[in-house]
Design a binder for this molecule. Structure first.
Ligand code: PLP
Length: 358
């Protein structure tokens, strides 16, 4: 008798529902507005050809350039395979399986919970308030029981900034007891909101960053954790020996040159303008209930008939992110800002919905 591999797998893995990434969900269409990617590819050439050698674990130039860009010292930077790997490293470094708990505030990014679950780390939720801000009394109650607090600001999928005063109060409440992780995957779209200045004051603050969004390099798989040097050293104990392929380090170094950072900032200005134009146009549509303010490269939109709109867009080859399963967002779609032409196509389909459709 042969044993099925499914029976050999850990119980938690057999029961795990993997993250429903935009790529995994798939869909057929030619307008991809579901993964918060930059709509155009920024070209790079490889400059290193020594693929016979293993890469450096923490390539100096990438670390140094990112430290300069973020305004921290190189000892405060860890580079890894996307911010997703940083989430996983934090959980593996700080949480005892079956014993410790992470705390997070839905609706928010799904990987905090999934990474914790796959390592059998407990999960505690304190939902955001109706204004999508932190529920401070409930957090104060739960924090002493949790090792890691994951906050996302600006928050995916709601698009708003979490009040920095609240985060600082939590930092004061959690000294020596809980690590506060702030995911700044979208911070380039509102750089003034970064909590990096607080790193000097709080050694238990960790900030997550990525090249996947404003830097237009989602396919590169390159992200960062910024934190106290002691925290970075601990994460380096559990990271794989060669987390970054040489071509990744090569391209990341180029993307972080001052001229390319400048180009990124210009892209952000254009994208933010496009977002505000699209928000104004969407707000006029009959089927739209609300276009929520966004500090990011997407719009969260509530529709009278979100499921109908989702499928109608799909039929026209436009793929957006359905939020039906996100806490409190049952009638919402998350729409990434694409090119001007893509926004025009989206509006054209939405404007074709008859006013009296019920
Ligand atoms: C996209 C995203 C990530 C993942 O970033 P990668 O660097 O591509 O792994 C992390 N957090 C949030 C909130 C995101 O939206």
């Amino acid at each position: 008798m042969t044993q099925s591999p499914d029976k050999l797998a850990r119980r938690v893995v057999r029961q795990l529902t993997p993250y429903q990434s935009a790529r995994r969900i798939g869909g057929s269409g030619d307008v991809w507005l579901n993964a918060n990617e930059y709509p155009d590819a920024v070209p790079f050439d490889l400059t290193q050809q020594n693929l016979n050698r293993y890469p450096s674990c923490q390539p100096n130039q990438v670390i140094q350039f990112y430290a300069n860009y973020a305004g921290v010292s190189s000892q405060q930077v860890l580079v890894c395979r996307g911010a997703d790997e940083a989430i996983e490293l934090l959980i593996r470094t700080f949480c005892e399986p079956s014993e410790d708990s992470i705390l997070y505030c839905p609706p928010t990014y799904g990987m905090y919970a999934i990474s914790a679950e796959s390592f059998e780390v407990k999960r505690t939720m304190v939902p955001l308030t109706a204004e999508w801000q932190l529920d401070m009394p409930k957090l104060a109650e739960q924090l002493p029981r949790c090792k890691l607090l994951f906050l996302c600001s600006p928050n995916n999928p709601t698009g708003n900034q979490i009040a920095p005063e609240d985060i600082e109060i939590l930092l004061q409440q959690t000294r020596h007891q809980t690590l506060v992780v702030v995911d700044e995957a979208y911070i380039e779209f509102c750089p003034e909101a970064s909590l990096v200045p607080l790193l000097a004051k709080y050694t238990h603050l960790v900030i997550l960053r990525t090249l996947s969004k404003a830097f237009a390099l989602a396919g590169l798989r390159c992200g960062f954790a910024l934190g106290n040097p002691e925290v970075i050293q601990l994460l380096l104990k559990v990271i794989a020996p060669y987390p970054l392929a040489s071509p990744v380090a090569d391209i990341a170094s180029q993307a972080l040159l001052p001229a390319n950072i400048n180009l990124m900032r210009h892209r952000v200005v254009r994208l933010n303008q496009s977002r505000d134009n699209l928000a104004a146009a969407l707000a006029k549509l009959n089927n739209v209930v609300a276009v929520y303010p966004s500090k990011t490269n997407w719009l969260l939109v509530a529709f009278k008939q979100a499921q109908y709109v989702f499928h109608l867009l799909g039929e026209h080859g436009i793929i957006v992110r359905n939020q039906a399963l996100s806490l409190g967002l049952v009638n919402c779609l998350r729409i990434t800002i694409g090119t001007e032409a893509e926004s025009a196509r989206l509006l054209e389909v939405l404007q074709s919905i008859p006013e009296n459709r019920s």
